[in-house]
Design a protein around this ligand. Structure first.
Ligand SMILES: Cc1cc2nc3c(=O)[nH]c(=O)nc-3n(C[C@H](O)[C@H](O)[C@H](O)COP(=O)(O)OP(=O)(O)OC[C@H]3O[C@@H](n4cnc5c(N)ncnc54)[C@H](O)[C@@H]3O)c2cc1C
Length: 292
């Protein structure tokens, strides 16, 4: 048996702090518990969605008709074996990085400013500073209601900020290939990257990271939106960050609909003023569509 809570607000599970209730919510702490949770949902013909730290998620205000899982226990643990770092899908990047540094393993430093989990990183091939999950991932254990298997980066379809994973496929464990590096060097590099982030992005606000992927254009998404004069533009409780225009902040009482309306306005302006079709990077959960 695994405890399934009813009507847990997703606003509690997302960094932007919006989202209505999940039909069911469970925290499997082992592969056996994960399998039980998946079977529970299957018996009820209920969809399954896994959340990590909810740092790239907008979920419907009306709620989500699914069993939402957050991995814990063994499925959030981290260990190393030689140059391989073994992490549960729910292990946070901060804990993985700490473990890697202690073990004298480099290569994960780029993830220091990505406030997510190993599984969330695989899902969207998260990346920064010229690296991403596809460059360090050896394989990931993907579990579904009908079986499980280890998939390589190619089998996971990792490309720029995407994978071919679908809800119901749970990344339960990952293996990273890292390289020996003195802990002091890792510490210095991480401090540099964190300082760079703090200088340019609203890291102390409630956001879901970059709203849009960078388009094939000489300007990045944030530069285009800034040039459109959108910094500080507000709809309801959602605000285009005055610090970086590719971020939406929860400025107080924001809803997912507020954030989506702002996202739609930003897309419209980029299209009209720059002829650029921006593609959203944030993941949408539940019955919501980004405005055209
Ligand atoms: C301040 C800030 C800075 C950020 N900077 C970056 C950056 O530099 N680069 C970058 O790429 N991203 C960045 N992000 C976005 C986000 O942190 C990353 O996308 C991160 O990898 C999301 O991980 P998560 O565990 O929080 O996933 P969530 O947001 O919880 O989920 C994202 C998607 O992954 C799925 N998912 C999560 N865990 C699993 C799992 N175990 N198995 C199957 N599916 C799963 C979810 O269902 C959802 O579809 C930033 C976000 C913030 C708030």
């Amino acid at each position: 048996m695994i405890a399934v809570e009813q009507a847990v607000p997703l606003a509690r599970l997302t960094t932007i702090g919006t989202g209505g209730p999940a039909r069911g919510f469970a925290r499997p702490g082992s592969l056996a518990e994960l399998e039980t949770a998946l079977a529970w949902a299957r018996e009820r013909a209920l969809a399954v969605a896994t959340v990590g730290l909810g740092s790239n998620l907008l979920s419907a205000d009306a709620g989500v008709e699914a069993l939402v899982l957050r991995l814990g226990g063994e499925l959030a643990a981290v260990a190393s074996d030689g140059q391989t770092l073994l992490a549960g899908g729910g292990a946070t990047n901060a804990v993985c990085l700490h473990h890697a540094r202690t073990a004298g393993l480099g290569g994960l430093e780029f993830a220091c400013a990505i406030p997510g989990t190993a599984g969330g990183g695989v899902w969207m091939n998260a990346g920064a500073y010229g690296s991403d999950w596809s460059k360090i991932l050896i394989r990931a254990l993907v579990v579904t209601a009908t079986g499980s298997g280890w998939l390589s980066p190619a089998e996971l379809g990792l490309s720029y900020r995407r994978s071919s994973l679908e809800h119901g496929q749970v990344v339960a464990q990952v293996e990273y290939r890292l390289t020996p590096r003195p802990p002091a060097e890792i510490r210095t590099r991480v401090a540099e990257l964190v300082a760079r982030r703090k200088a340019t992005q609203p890291t102390n606000k409630r956001t879901f990271g970059s709203v849009f992927k960078n388009p094939e254009h000489e300007l990045g998404a944030g530069q285009i939106l800034e040039a459109c004069g959108l910094k500080g533009h507000r709809i309801g409780g959602a605000l285009i960050s005055p610090m970086h225009a590719n971020f939406i902040e929860n400025a107080g009482g924001a809803t997912t609909d507020d954030a989506l309306a702002l996202l739609g306005e930003a897309r419209r302006r980029a299209r009209e003023e720059y002829g650029v079709e921006l593609e959203h990077e944030v993941e949408l959960l539940g019955p919501i569509e980004p405005p055209a």
